[in-house]
Design a binder for this molecule. Structure first.
Ligand code: ADP
Length: 499
């Protein structure tokens, strides 16, 4: 690994931001945690302490829920028009755009991802997300309902969609700002109030976003942001009796805990969880696009994507060429600190993730998998892992069955296209899949057989605020994005009046 030539000068706001202990946002005020405790976040490129952050726990969650409840029931938010709500959300998108470079730098420092990627992916997608949901604020409607039989003509019946109330949102560390945007945009558009808990590894951009939320004119108490650990702050939020709905993105394991915690008051639950997504390349695919497509499907964001194309199935005739091509792509990826302008792949987010991914690499090697390229940690400073292509696997191996959440792909040949749907579906997950072929009939017919919330054909990792995203099976409940997500943030009320 080349040493970091830190050519990018840190934005002045960023330097100032990380050196001061960050507080939490409750009822429009930046406050310390009730316990006075703080926790450290680390720069994944160096392993050094990056910042100190107020550590929220149950008491802080209680304070935040109380503020969100008051804002929902009696605050100015409950009275403002959908149009004004939309304007505030739009303004938030504009403010984020104005501060794009600062946020991209903060995200790169906190999460480790290449700064150049944060600039062109995380930030534009987050900004667009707020703009998309700004438009929805004025378009959440009910229906008039025709009644039948003896009731016909005797009643006027209609439905209204009302905000679900106080929402708890628990988000992960892989796309810290974007996940906050995914959660906040539709909840605000629907008129809910929110307690957001960012991941303990990466709380900084969500907290800085809190300042922009205030600047955008969103009233106090509407968005409360409580950083802290999952087992304390997260669990308290999921279990809170005065929270009407919890929205979670993270591991399947924690998703199940959230579900249990939510059962106390039967709060509504939506879950966007893990994956082990099949990416299928047929002999007749345009390999010039399928090969780099397969590489980016797994290596994007250091492989820390719930939808990463981590099981690469290749039809036999194309197998050698694709494996060689993906390995060649992998070996050219420059693994460097996110602030290095040449960085294509940054460190993993934490030491814990580094150990986890290296554990998978060791288990794969022990079970007989062969690394065509990569296969180990990169360097000894920071949490870097070499982009890795594994062959000689079998369906029982941990590296084929379990979500690795790192830059590791298993390349598996197949010879009978009629069996590939069953093979692709042979997983507890069902988040996403990729299909590469020139045969349009084959593509759509296979897409219909894949049990996954998203199927990409001759592309991968294409996201848009308008396109629903979420999982079948143990990849989750419900959908993020599009108009579908609005159903999670609204209740339907039927009103029936005698005429
Ligand atoms: P990962 O395993 O990828 O770190 P997690 O699913 O553990 O992802 O974390 C995603 C989010 O869930 C984080 O904000 C984390 O703090 C939170 N979390 C972890 N454990 C719990 C829990 N028991 N209850 C509620 N939230 C939790």
């Amino acid at each position: 690994m080349a040493t970091a030539s830190v050519a990018v000068r840190p934005h002045e706001n960023v330097t100032g931001y990380v050196t001061k202990t960050r507080k939490m946002l409750i009822n429009g005020k930046w406050v310390d945690s009730a316990s006075g405790k703080t926790f450290e976040t680390y720069n994944p490129a160096t392993g050094e302490v990056l910042s100190h952050v107020a550590e929220g726990d149950k008491e802080d969650i209680d304070r935040a829920v109380k503020a969100a409840r008051a804002a929902f029931e009696t605050g100015p938010w409950s009275k403002i028009s959908p149009s004004e709500r939309g304007r505030m959300i739009w303004r938030l998108g504009d403010l984020l755009e104005k501060h794009l470079e600062e946020f991209a730098q903060l995200e790169s420092l906190d999460n480790g991802k290449p700064l150049k990627i944060a600039r062109v992916a995380d930030l534009p997608l987050s900004i667009d997300h707020f703009r998309y949901y700004a438009g929805w604020a004025t378009k959440i409607e009910g229906n008039t309902v025709p009644m039948s039989g003896w009731k016909q003509g005797m009643f006027h019946a209609y439905t209204v969609r009302e905000p679900v109330g106080v929402v708890g949102q628990i988000i992960p560390w892989n796309f810290p700002l974007l996940m906050a945007a995914w959660k906040l945009g539709p909840a605000l558009a629907s008129g809910c109030t929110i307690v957001l808990k960012p991941a303990e590894q990466t709380p900084l951009t969500a907290l800085r976003l809190g300042e922009l939320i205030q600047e955008a004119g969103i009233p106090d108490g509407v968005v409360n942001i409580v950083p802290g650990y999952g087992e304390t702050a997260g669990a308290a939020l999921a279990a809170h009796p005065d929270v009407d709905k919890v929205a979670f993105t993270g591991s399947t394991e924690v998703g199940k805990l959230i579900l249990k915690a939510a059962a106390g008051n039967l709060k509504k639950v939506s879950l966007e969880l893990g994956g082990k997504s099949p990416n299928i390349i047929f002999d007749d695919a345009d390999l010039d696009s399928a090969i780099p497509g397969a590489a980016s499907a797994i290596f994007f964001n250091q492989g820390q994507c719930c939808c990463a194309g981590s099981r690469l199935y290749i039809e036999k005739k194309a197998f050698d060429k694709v494996v060689e091509g993906v390995a060649d792509n992998a070996s050219k990826i420059r693994v460097r600190p996110g602030f290095d302008p040449d960085s294509d792949l940054g460190p993993l987010v934490s030491e814990e993730q580094l150990n986890r991914v290296c554990g998978f690499l060791e288990s794969g090697a022990k079970e007989g998998a062969k690394a065509v390229t990569g296969g180990s940690r990169e360097g000894t400073t920071g949490y870097f892992v070499k982009p890795t292509v594994l062959i000689n696997t079998n369906p029982k191996m941990k590296v084929v069955q379990e979500e690795i959440f790192g830059p590791v792909v298993t390349a598996i040949p197949f010879s009978d296209p009629s069996e590939i749907a069953a093979t692709a579906n042979d997983t507890i997950y069902g988040l996403a899949a990729g299909i590469w072929t020139r045969d349009i009939k084959k593509a759509h017919s296979l897409a219909s057989k894949i049990k996954a919330g998203t199927v990409w054909i001759n592309c991968y990792n294409i996201f848009d605020a308008s396109l629903p995203f979420g999982g079948y099976k143990q990849s989750g409940w419900g959908r993020e994005m599009g108009h579908e997500v609005l159903e999670h943030y609204t209740e339907v009320k039927s009103v029936c009046a005698a005429l």
